[in-house]
Design a protein around this ligand. Structure first.
Ligand code: URA
Length: 226
């Protein structure tokens, strides 16, 4: 039986004062059967960090083990939290457009996030996205590792700093190393680029930001074609 403290969300337990020992991390919830279905079922009950409590549900990855490409975002947004699927909101729509412009075949792609619960700050009736801290990302990373072990994609594309740091370590800088294809521990290749939400936020330079994302995804298309 895993000890899960009842302490409420961040107000009761701010990241500065949380100790690793207070929470079991997702590793304690990983099932013996590492198939995607078994992982998805087990992740639904994950209490590996405090983010599960205010969220509607765990948003696990979508796709099958035949996918040659895995796309990893930061965390589900408001729409994803409600629907239970990754990248089905505005950032997802922009991602689809960028993949199409880059010529990436997205018929068989595995899509997931570094963090499986929506982290937000309530503001009136709205829920405002809050960036997961390093503790929450680390607590959730066992799910991402297990998903990638199950899918074994030829290429993992990390969308934004949170996903990149989750897989490549805290010193990884997307701004400096975006679009660079590397060998991945555990097999296949890995590459980071910006998060589609950063393109949505770019406002006056959105075209330029989109062109940058598409250029990086063209590199991904070449890797998959080669
Ligand atoms: N942003 C993400 O990083 N992931 C989603 O699933 C949606 C928005």
């Amino acid at each position: 039986m895993v000890r899960v403290p009842r302490a409420g969300y961040e107000r009761a337990m701010p990241p500065r004062t949380r100790r690793d020992a207070d929470w079991p991390t997702a590793a304690a919830f990983l099932p013996e059967d590492r198939s995607l279905d078994a992982l998805r079922d087990a992740a639904a009950g994950c209490r590996g960090c405090p983010l599960w409590e205010p969220a509607t549900q765990t948003v696990f990855g979508r796709g099958g083990t035949s996918a040659r490409l895995a796309l990893v975002g930061e965390q589900p947004g408001d729409v994803e939290d409600t629907q239970g699927l990754p990248f089905v909101g505005p950032a997802g729509r922009l991602l689809v457009q960028a993949l199409d412009e880059a010529g990436v075949d997205r018929t068989d792609v595995y899509v997931t996030n570094a963090v499986k619960h929506f982290k937000f700050t309530p503001r009136g009736k709205r829920r405002i996205h809050a960036t997961p801290d390093a503790y929450e990302v680390a607590a959730c990373t066992p799910w991402l590792g297990a998903e990638l072990d199950a899918v074994r994609p030829d290429l993992v594309v990390l969308l934004g700093a949170t996903a990149a740091k989750a897989l490549l370590g805290p010193s990884f800088k997307v701004t400096q190393q975006r679009g660079v294809v590397m060998h991945r521990d555990g097999g296949g290749r890995v590459m980071a680029t910006v998060h589609p939400s950063s393109v949505l936020r770019a406002e006056d330079r959105r075209e330029e930001a989109m062109a940058g994302l598409v250029a990086d995804l063209r590199v991904a298309a070449e890797v998959l074609a080669g």
